[in-house]
Design a protein around this ligand. Structure first.
Ligand code: NAD
Ligand code: G6P
Ligand code: MN
Length: 433
């Protein structure tokens, strides 16, 4: 009997997770699920927790959903711990977005100054969760969804010294769900190979004879077909000549780098108009929780697809089922590089195609990247390493270095001002600084 603990259980995504577990019950026989939250999320936890129990009650399976604010009580003897918490809730995200935008820089939840500060707030919390796990469930797996997912996962490995961790994102799932249809085939007839970092990966696709079909998919992207781009990213097309040159499909987030001017202009327009993504999501979240209050609702509502993280349970639940049942499934996850991407250190975290089984994730070799991709990748990884170390040590100079390395932050006085303003705005969640 499997015990699952979900930290940040009050998330509006929790019904996704329940749906994924219900679908996989035969291979993953869960006995109890513990949803953990904090005082500030108590009301959300109670609403979505009751909804989660209704989903199980409507299924053929006998599973109890426990709700608690006591993380340690929940972690005792857990088999799998999933993390989906947001330190400071959406109000903190909105500050991460609005302060950089007020200086004409991108304000985004996982990119630029906002993404760096989300890491600063989150890494101390994830490391304290790891310390509890060492004591209370030393054999458990940590399946992290909390953003910035790549950096948070890497911090767990490097600073938490915890290797039983896998980082997840729904973006690769979205691509693999949408792309086969654009070239008139299905996923089981294709081989996908991903390499890079979380929200900064590329992929190549082959048919079962080994013929490269990446170029065909790229062509289809320009015929107006759905590429699986997440709902939170404004769809400015990539330059086709660039994609053809690299013969790789970038992830949706590469738009912030390959079309930086246009993405920034769009972000600033929203900032000055309808509000940033975080402000928009506040509305969607309120609507979702109104639905969850309905005592007759016992399935995941359609409205959840308005959130950028839709389909994430396919990654999370499949990862857990694959570890538990030693399935050796191909999934795209954040895990230790071990040479899969030789342009990066062997001990760093990468987001790559991997085989998932009882030993965890084994990265599949991708091979070296061409200079244009390699340059970006090494800059971004080294920026991430500075962020993680600064998140642990609270070193102001290193935080500034990370800012100056980050391609979304022009260097100069304003970089320092944005850093200082964010430090003040988030003071209560940054004990290390
Ligand atoms: P949310 O704002 O609903 O937060 C989820 C819950 O976390 C809240 O109920 C909150 O009270 C709780 N929480 C905050 N601090 C906590 C702590 N210290 N311990 C326990 N619980 C705590 O967030 P959301 O929109 O559901 O997103 C949750 C997280 O998942 C975010 O970090 C978000 O960026 C991330 N996310 C990741 C992906 C991905 O692809 N990896 C996709 C979507 C969202
Ligand atoms: C997906 C990503 C997440 C991201 C989220 C934002 O694109 O994979 O990592 O942060 O959606 O969605 P939201 O609806 O909160 O803006
Ligand atoms: Mn993601």
């Amino acid at each position: 009997p499997v015990k699952i603990v979900t930290i940040g259980g009050g998330s509006s995504y929790t019904p996704e997770l329940m749906e994924g577990f219900i679908k996989r019950y035969d291979e993953l026989p869960i006995k109890e699920i513990w949803l953990v939250d904090i005082e500030a999320g108590k009301e959300k936890l109670e609403i979505v927790g009751a909804m989660a129990q209704r989903m199980w009650d409507a299924s053929p399976y006998d599973v109890k959903v426990h709700l608690t604010l006591d993380r340690r009580e929940a972690l005792k003897d857990a088999d799998f711990v999933t993390t989906q918490f947001r330190v400071g809730l959406l109000n903190a995200r909105i500050k991460d977005e609005r302060i950089p935008f007020s200086y004409g820089m991108l304000g985004q939840e996982t990119n630029g100054a906002g993404g760096i500060f989300k890491a600063f707030r989150t890494i101390p919390v994830i490391l304290s969760i790891v310390e509890d796990m060492k004591e209370l469930c030393p054999n458990a797996w940590l399946v992290n969804f909390t953003n910035p997912s790549g950096m948070v996962t890497e911090a767990v490995m490097k600073y938490g010294k915890w290797d039983r961790v896998i980082g997840l994102c729904n973006v690769p799932v979205g691509a693999m769900m949408a792309e086969p249809e654009t070239i008139g085939t299905t996923l089981d007839k294709l081989i996908y190979k991903f390499a890079g970092l979380n929200h900064f990966h590329w992929h190549r696709v082959f048919d079962l004879d080994g013929t490269d079909v990446t170029g065909k998919i790229i062509d289809a992207m320009y015929e107006g077909k759905d590429s699986g781009i997440p709902a939170n990213i404004h769809d400015i097309p990539f330059f086709k000549e660039q994609l053809k040159q690299m013969n790789l499909i970038p992830c949706g987030y590469h738009r912030y780098y390959y079309r930086q001017q246009e993405m920034l202009a769009h972000g600033l327009e929203e900032y000055n108009g309808i509000g940033t993504r975080g402000q928009q999501v506040k509305q969607t979240e309120a609507e979702l929780f109104e639905l969850y209050k309905d005592p007759n609702l016992n399935y995941k509502p359609e409205q959840l697809t308005k959130r950028g993280g839709t389909h994430y349970s396919d990654a999370a639940c499949e990862t857990i089922a694959s570890i538990y049942a030693n399935k050796n499934t191909h999934l795209v996850v954040t895990t230790k590089n071990n040479g899969a991407v030789p342009d990066l250190p062997a001990d760093c975290a990468v987001e790559v195609s991997a085989h998932i089984g009882s030993a965890g994730a084994l990265a599949i070799a991708f091979g070296p990247l061409e200079p244009a991709q390699r340059g970006w990748l090494q800059c971004m990884k080294n920026m991430e390493l500075c962020v993680e170390e600064a998140a642990v040590t609270g070193d102001y100079g290193l935080a500034l270095q990370a800012f100056i390395l980050n391609p979304q932050i022009p260097s100069g006085e304003n970089a320092k001002r944005v850093l200082d303003e964010l430090l003040i705005a988030h003071k209560k969640h940054l004990p290390q600084f």
